[in-house]
Design a protein around this ligand. Structure first.
Ligand SMILES: [Fe+2]
Length: 269
């Protein structure tokens, strides 16, 4: 199933909000067109999330992602450089649950949005690199951020039968020896599942920040993307993370409270 074409949500349809929420619950990602300015972006965001403020955001919660020529660590978003797929807010104890990106001005060349499904990454690791998945799931696998960052796992439990991903691969992360040895396998798994979204003016992507990694390719010229971070509204019923790979819950009932899946979560943790 190609969620990047067949499931594009038609915002002119009467039921686009429930359709988008259902797509978020199932796939953790939805893309749609027709958000052409900041006010429209906020209107859309408030229908799915409680907006979080952010270091780089304006008081309305919107961050303008554009090339400011910034060279400081942690500000790579504000350059024209590549952004390695990552989790936003990885140095926070509880990263935002949802990320909404809207393209206002695509770059003349490059600047595609890159996304990779943590569920698919974890499944590949479980199938082909199980030792790497165990190392990356250790409670002290990585320290994310600067001095006031977060010590935790790349793959962590996220409720019964579920796990979540937390990742950055830039200068602001340090891994344990075991986790560092697992990074080449992790990069291989990410590459295998990397998707390219070429967002035009008004195109948006709304994704689960605890399931999907996001990044971008380098670009030339002016590019402007607006970002809003937040936590899903209870009515959206978007659970954090994704089902533990190869859990019996996936093969049988799919019910997230399956006891054996919870046991698997504990084993991986
Ligand atoms: Fe980001």
């Amino acid at each position: 199933m190609d969620i990047f074409s067949a499931h594009d949500v038609d915002r002119v349809g009467p039921a686009w909000q429930p359709v988008l929420a259902a797509q978020l619950r199932e796939h953790g990602l939805a893309n749609f067109a027709g958000t052409t300015d900041r006010a429209a972006l906020i209107t859309v965001a408030r229908q799915f999330m409680t907006i979080r403020t952010h270091r780089d955001a304006a008081p309305d919660g919107v961050t303008e992602i554009t090339d400011l020529g910034t060279a400081a660590a942690g500000y790579a978003a504000f350059t024209d450089s590549e952004l390695i797929p990552h989790t936003d807010g990885s140095s926070m104890p509880d990263p935002p649950g949802l990320l909404l990106l809207t393209c206002i001005q695509p770059a003349a060349h490059g600047g595609a949005t890159l996304v990779a499904d943590g569920a698919a990454i974890a499944a590949t690791l479980a199938a082909h690199y199980p030792a790497a998945l165990r190392s990356l799931s250790a409670p002290k696998a990585a320290f994310f951020g600067a001095a006031d960052g977060y010590l935790g796992a790349v793959f962590a439990p996220a409720g019964p039968g579920r796990m979540r991903i937390r990742l950055r691969l830039d200068d602001l992360v340090r891994f344990s020896a075991d986790a560092a040895a697992a990074i080449p396998s992790l990069r291989t798994a990410i590459s295998r599942h990397l998707k390219t979204l070429r967002l035009g003016p008004g195109d948006s992507v709304l994704l689960s920040n605890t399931r999907w990694l996001h990044g971008r390719s380098p670009f030339d010229g002016h590019r402007m993307v607006l970002r809003v971070l937040g936590d899903p509204l209870p009515a959206a019923r978007v659970l954090p993370g994704f089902l533990v790979p190869d859990a019996p819950a996936q093969r049988s009932t799919g019910h997230p409270e399956d006891g054996t899946a919870a046991d698997l979560t504990r084993q991986i943790a």
